[in-house]
Design a binder for this molecule. Structure first.
Ligand SMILES: O=C(O)c1ccccc1NCC(=O)[C@H](O)[C@H](O)COP(=O)(O)O
Length: 259
């Protein structure tokens, strides 16, 4: 059965093929050599209290249009001023309205760690992430079968990127642990059905190996949801929709951090 996620990844691969024709890997590698080293997000993620990853998200397959965001750098500056530990930039174009240009703009504006949030299934996308100034890269276990998860996790680390290894099931946590992931996310959204169930984090959080950073992703509408994730063991909570739709994202992040 073809899932929503399969459709997204097919589109990502088509767009990727076009970019690869324009920018050969050798050129990307040369750009990476000239890029300042990646920032380390771990001290921020391990700081006292709950840390927030704030996402730049224009639209989504589940909700359609969320916010125009004509100036992602301005939004990112608000996120940084609110104390976000990292900023997630969705770079997928077809379903989320993002781009690598958004990542460039945000990188030029803020000095907090940046996550390239995309459907990363090839080494080229990790080189791209680093060349465009990302410090972290999302690796979704559900999309990375066999040895591909270990290969991309290893390459990300070699490039200085911190992989955020995203899971949704017990078996996926086991695979994240197997590759030695230091930052493990549990997405409340099932990417094959788009259903959101915040209780998935409470069920899976105890299975995340001691010492790894625990990230609760999706499903936050307000501070009470951040508080619930925190009670269930989250070190970090990743928030998209609630922030881009908030009239005052700086204040929202301050409230989230205060729970
Ligand atoms: O958001 C979606 O509809 C979606 C659909 C298919 C694949 C991924 C999707 N979202 C990516 C994310 O994981 C979220 O953007 C992120 O966790 C923030 O979620 P939220 O706070 O609920 O906007």
């Amino acid at each position: 059965m073809t899932t929503v996620l399969d459709g997204i990844v097919d589109g990502v691969l088509e767009d990727l093929a076009a970019r690869q024709r324009e920018v050969p890997l050798a050129e990307l590698k040369a750009r990476v050599a000239d890029t300042p080293p990646a920032l380390d997000p771990l001290p921020g993620f391990r700081a006292d209290g709950v840390s927030i990853i704030a996402e730049v998200k224009r639209r989504s397959p589940s909700k359609g249009a969320l916010a125009d965001i004509p100036d992602p750098a301005k939004l990112a500056a608000e996120y940084a001023a609110g104390g976000a530990a990292a900023i997630s930039v969705l770079t997928e174009r077809r379903r989320f309205g993002g781009s690598l240009a958004d990542l460039d703009a945000v990188r030029a504006e803020v000095a907090v760690p940046l996550l390239r949030k995309d459907f990363i299934v090839t080494p080229y996308q990790l080189w791209e992430a680093r060349a465009h100034g990302a410090d972290l890269a999302l690796l979704m276990v559900v999309s990375l079968e066999g040895g591909l998860l270990a290969e991309l996790h290893g390459l990300a680390r070699e490039l200085g990127l911190t992989p955020l290894v995203e899971t949704h099931t017990e078996a996926e946590i086991a695979r994240a642990a197997e590759v030695g992931a230091e930052v493990i996310g549990v997405n409340a959204r099932d990417l094959t059905t788009l259903q959101v169930d915040n209780s998935v984090f409470a069920k899976l959080s105890p299975l995340i190996p001691a010492g790894a950073v625990r990230v609760a992703e999706s499903g936050v509408a307000g501070p009470e949801d951040v508080a619930a994730y925190r009670r269930d063991g989250a070190d970090v909570v990743l928030v998209g929709e609630a922030l881009v739709k908030s009239g005052d994202p700086r204040d929202s992040i301050t409230k989230f951090r205060a729970v």
